[in-house]
Design a protein around this ligand. Structure first.
Ligand SMILES: N=C(N)NCCCC[C@H](N)C(=O)O
Ligand SMILES: O=C(O)CCC(=O)C(=O)O
Ligand SMILES: [Fe+2]
Length: 392
């Protein structure tokens, strides 16, 4: 592929054409809306939610109901909140960040030993898993100034489709995870971490079902209605993603009113249920778009996760809860690390608006429904810069 700078400019030129939009999950339009004032999360009050009542089997109904109400308000107003009470020790979180930092500091040659390859390529990649160098990730047609590794839930070998597939085909994502040799403890620490965070994700979607007041499982009599365990059921084989990201300082950071338009991660929504984001202490990098379209800095609070909901929760709730647009502009001088864990539905989960949510949002479904896997494949295919693509 072309080096980062020239590839970046090619992507930018293409961007002068308007982006296609749909009513559901519109493609972000960099260039518009970005010149609004930016507030700080703490002043504006991104809520802080304690999830411990849903991790403690002996918690009272009242304690859970208080948490559920707070989640409902946060999801209606922001689609974003800070999460405490998750039970993962701060020392464990710090270790996750420092192992990532050590990996990204390695020579490129070492990092490329676990490189991501396109599905159907001669190298036999699955188009998704592995190391992605600077300029390889694309958001809204622009290259993101970041490097990363993605790991996904295992795809059992005996369930892989035969043949070569190709980018966007069902063969995509059906590969195996690639783990770096160095730091040598990274794999075991990250796998143990994934198990812990997954349980927090499970507790969160359980709480969300209760927050929507869908009723207990025995009430599931009328056609099309669902009960409070709908998310738990559809995530019991969660096709989760763990992503480790390194952000060098931007050389020409996005500047409203000029054509300088470099992002660490362009504006996007996440794809599934809930993202549990762990970052280093760098402030002023992650920004969340508010309902009035202004941007809010969601600076890290030590020991907490920044949580946001994804497209599948928006679809299930018929837009009552929004998968909120967010972006990263890292103007500081440090090398920033973040490790999002995406707790998602099962790959084959059928996701369509819940009848109860359609009713409270005016009666019209925002989407006819599809599987989470179909949504994910479309997203992943559009996330990478393909040097051989000629259609852009
Ligand atoms: N699974 C998730 N959310 N991964 C991170 C998404 C980063 C934005 C992506 N390039 C996009 O354009 O969607
Ligand atoms: O690095 C961050 O703060 C956010 C990254 C993000 O939004 C993503 O990878 O989906
Ligand atoms: Fe995101």
């Amino acid at each position: 592929m072309a080096d980062f700078e020239s590839a970046h400019h090619a992507a930018r030129a293409r961007h002068s054409e308007p982006e296609p939009t749909t009513s559901f999950n519109p493609t972000p339009d960099p260039g518009a809306r970005y010149d609004k004032p930016i507030a700080a999360a703490q002043e504006d009050g991104l809520p802080i939610i304690d999830i411990s009542a849903f991790l403690d089997p002996f918690a009272t109904k009242e304690a859970r109901s208080t948490t559920a109400k707070a989640i409902n308000a946060a999801c209606i107003n922001y689609g974003f909140f800070y999460l405490t009470g998750h039970g993962i020790p701060t020392s464990r979180l710090d270790e996750i960040i420092s192992l990532a930092r050590r990996f990204f500091a390695l020579p490129l040659e070492e990092k490329n030993k676990i490189k991501r390859f396109d599905a159907g390529s001669a190298e036999g990649g699955d188009g998704a898993r592995g190391y992605q160098g600077l300029g390889e990730n694309v958001t809204g047609g622009l290259q993101d100034m970041q490097e990363a590794i993605d790991w996904y839930r295992d795809w059992p070998e005996n369930e892989r489709e035969p043949g070569d597939g190709g980018p966007g085909s069902m063969k995509s994502l059906q590969g195996f995870n690639l783990w770096p040799e160095q730091p040598n403890e990274l794999k075991s620490v990250y796998l143990a971490y994934a198990e812990r965070v997954k349980k927090v994700g499970e507790a969160l979607v359980h709480a969300m079902g209760i927050a929507l007041d869908l009723g207990p499982p025995t009430d599931n009599a009328n056609q099309g209605t669902e009960d409070e365990e709908v998310f738990v059921r559809n995530c019991d084989e969660s096709f989760w993603v763990m992503r480790m990201i390194g952000y060098p300082p931007l050389t020409t950071p996005h500047m409203p009113g000029t054509d300088i338009d470099q992002f660490s991660c362009g504006a996007h929504t996440d794809y599934g249920c809930v993202t549990l984001l762990l970052t280093d202490p760098t402030p002023g990098a992650l920004q969340v778009q508010l309902k009035d379209s202004t941007w809010l800095n969601a600076d890290p609070i030590p020991g907490t996760f920044v949580v946001n909901i994804g497209d599948m929760i928006e679809r299930w709730t018929n837009g009552l809860w929004k998968s909120t647009m967010h972006r990263v502009i890292h103007r500081g001088q440090s090398y920033r690390i973040s490790v999002p864990f995406f707790y998602e539905p099962n790959f084959d989960a059928e996701v369509r608006p819940l009848k109860q949510c359609v009713e409270v949002t005016g009666g019209t479904p925002i989407h006819q429904g599809s599987t989470y896997g179909e949504h994910l494949l479309t997203k992943v295919f559009n996330n990478f810069y393909y040097s051989k693509r000629t259609d852009w």
